[in-house]
Design a binder for this molecule. Structure first.
Ligand code: A2P
Length: 281
């Protein structure tokens, strides 16, 4: 697989999403998030993932504004959070996010969680926002097959992406296969399992074989599965390390080996787990 840092995946609406993005959950809005985005752009990332719930959209917007990069060269993702779901409130939430980001449009706007009772109205608003050009594409996050089936039964468009927790320790193959069969790009968040599994001896053995870090082989595994991958870091060295994925390729055998690391390892707690908590019915 001849991937580069600028490599993209064409989504079902023909918009191209860069395969590597910077995650910003828990990147503080005290300037930390701004600095992280500046380093990421310096390292060659052209995709930044934020959310209104992260509280750092102003920081992300400031970094983009000061980068001197053409707007169309940066792929910006943000999300409508749970309290804002519903038709009118989603329209308003998007407008507010754009103001905080200092942007006229985002490249991808996501429904952050599949909130019971509000999903249909929220999605109708998402479709309108895409039609009106405030978002080049719209998608969902933390949706399970049940939520996607419900959406697809009553939507003029297929979501461009589903952003879900995914790592070699949480492979979710049934959901991944479903999304890929419907033309929904899979975005892997917490692809490093929040660094909690980077010392796993099985992962260490693969990393040593390639002379890379365990984080790098975990991210490369995601790329070779055609997932968009958004590792979070606010540390300059690690932001650069996580972008240094394009001078090696995992063999088919090692991909299969890493697939076998799956142990249903979630980093989000049970209440937020859309597969296991009845909160998201
Ligand atoms: P930091 O921001 O200090 O770099 P995930 O993307 O799976 O949610 O993981 C994010 C967590 O992993 C953060 O705590 C981040 O800390 C840490 N992290 C990010 N990149 C690396 C890396 N290359 N090696 C070790 N830890 C990392």
């Amino acid at each position: 697989m001849d991937l580069k840092i600028a490599s993209t995946i064409k989504m079902n609406n023909s918009v191209e999403i860069p395969r590597l993005g910077l995650g910003t959950w828990q990147a503080q809005a005290d300037g930390t998030a701004r600095q992280a985005v500046e380093w990421a752009l310096e390292a060659g990332y052209r995709h930044i993932d934020t959310a209104s719930a992260y509280g750092n959209e102003e920081n992300v917007g400031a970094a983009i504004a000061s980068s001197n990069l053409p707007r169309e060269d940066i792929f910006v993702v943000t999300k409508v959070f749970n309290d804002d779901q519903g038709y009118d409130s989603t329209l308003k939430a998007c407008e507010d996010s754009l103001k905080r980001l200092q942007l006229d449009y985002v490249d991808l706007y996501l429904v952050h969680w599949p909130v019971s009772g509000l999903r249909k109205d929220t999605w109708r608003a998402m479709v309108r926002l895409a039609e009106e050009g405030f978002c080049r594409s719209v998608g969902v996050s933390n949706y399970t097959i049940r939520h996607l089936d419900e959406l697809l039964a009553d939507s003029p468009i297929v979501p461009a992406a589903n952003q879900i927790e995914l790592s070699p320790f949480l492979t979710r193959t049934t959901l991944v296969d479903y999304c890929q069969s419907k033309g929904i790009v899979v975005e892997a968040y917490s692809p490093l399992a929040r660094s909690r599994k980077l010392g796993d001896p099985r992962l260490v053995a693969v990393a040593e074989k390639y002379g890379k870090s365990t984080a790098q082989v975990a991210l490369r595994w995601a790329l070779q599965h055609d997932f968009v991958v958004i590792p979070k870091s606010t540390n300059k060295e690690r932001i650069f390390e996580n972008a240094n994925l394009f001078d090696f390729a995992l063999s088919a055998e090692d991909m299969a080996l890493m697939d076998s690391f799956d142990e249903d390892y979630w980093t989000i707690n049970l209440a937020w787990n859309p597969e296991k908590s009845n909160k998201w019915e």
